[in-house]
Design a protein around this ligand. Structure first.
Ligand code: SF4
Length: 352
């Protein structure tokens, strides 16, 4: 049964509100929320802070107009100033190439809007559903396949959240709920704690999976308040991080991963194969090694989803297969991510 006490209704309302706006940072807010409120949003500031030449500015402004810049300070400090080829910079700096229209690159490459039986709920695969728990991200990744996702149309009201929970309760074939976004951990702990408590009341749910980039880009997100609702849940907990390069995993990120591991969370990582970021064997091997040092197992290496504005990141399939075959010669099997593509309408990820 869903509890509809006044407190729960208020939190449900807060959760719904969070879907419509970026998190605020009231005084006394946790450190991670203050960092979230102070991300770099100005493409000119981004270029200046990183000592880039002025010739980067027109592209940065044009790309920003299509998908705004967002870079947290904790991520910015890992970028090598003055190096336009830095693999972390490539993921956050808009380029003029984003304005190119390229055949086959579209706004909704995974046709997700065809699989939303309830607002904010995507049901594509057997046994599991995905909830858009927050429309906000701490960082805007230039290759994001949801860069055009209609979050406003998928921001449930309070009543619609109850309908989503009813949908989950009525379909006993669903055993796993995946929190996604945006970034689900951009929602507050109060909101997420409420949602997870409601999910725990549904007996046939076994697993909670959270797909997030926040522990990588703002590792302070993994604080006591988060560990309280996550670590205390009866559901089996899996956090799938999203990291694409070994330089993203510094000591603070490794410490955040250790806190999650200590709380009984299984940690996996998924990456996207990106031209100019990790499209070589050395970078992929270093990423797997660094992940494992931090207690994280490599899970998937996705080829790029063909979203408009990101074609310059594309690596052809043949080259991707060759990279992975070469990587296999260098790594033990448990450090090998599976090379996959997400095909609209397919029953699962498609191995390449
Ligand atoms: S954090 Fe994830 S959802 Fe957000 S922009 Fe990056 S890839 Fe997209």
């Amino acid at each position: 049964m869903i509890t509809r006490s006044p407190a729960n209704v208020q939190i449900a309302s807060d959760l719904a509100s969070s879907l419509a706006s970026s998190p605020s940072s009231p005084s006394g807010a946790p450190a991670w929320q203050r960092q979230l409120a102070n991300v770099v949003r100005d493409p000119v500031e981004l270029c200046r802070r990183l000592g880039l030449d002025d010739d980067a500015l027109p592209g940065a402004r044009d790309g920003h107009a299509l998908f705004e810049v967002r870079v947290p300070e904790a991520y910015l400090t890992r970028i090598q100033p003055g190096d336009p080829t830095d693999p972390l910079l490539r993921q956050v700096l808009p380029l003029v190439a984003e304005t190119d229209a390229v055949d086959g690159f579209v706004a909704d490459p995974l046709e997700e809007t065809d699989h939303t039986p309830r607002r904010g709920l995507i049901h594509k695969y057997a046994g599991r559903v995905l909830l858009i728990a927050s429309p906000a991200c701490a960082i805007n990744c230039r290759y994001c396949f949801r860069r055009h996702f209609p979050y406003q149309e998928n921001s449930p009201s309070r009543a619609q959240w109850q309908e989503t929970l009813d949908y989950l309760r009525e379909d006993t074939s669903i055993h796993e709920v995946i929190l996604s976004g945006g970034d689900p951990l951009a929602a507050s702990d109060r909101q997420l704690g409420w949602l997870v408590a409601r999910l725990e009341e549904i007996p046939h749910l076994k697993r909670l999976r959270i797909h997030t980039r926040l522990p990588v880009v703002i590792p302070a997100r993994i604080d006591e308040a988060l560990l309280e609702w996550l670590g205390g849940s009866r559901l089996q907990k899996v956090v799938v991080l999203h990291s694409n390069h070994a330089h993203e995993i510094d000591a603070e990120v490794a410490a955040a991963c250790a806190r999650l591991n200590d709380a009984g969370v299984t940690l996996l990582n998924q990456s996207v194969l990106l031209r100019g970021v990790n499209d070589n064997v050395a970078a992929l091997a270093a990423l797997s090694e660094r992940l494992f040092e931090a207690g994280v197992l490599p899970y998937y290496l996705h080829v790029l989803d063909p979203v408009s504005g990101a074609a310059h990141f594309d690596v052809p399939d043949e080259e991707a297969r060759h990279l992975v075959e070469t990587l296999r010669d260098q790594l033990p099997g448990f450090l090998m991510p599976r090379l996959v593509r997400e095909v609209p309408g397919a029953a699962s990820k498609t191995p390449l």
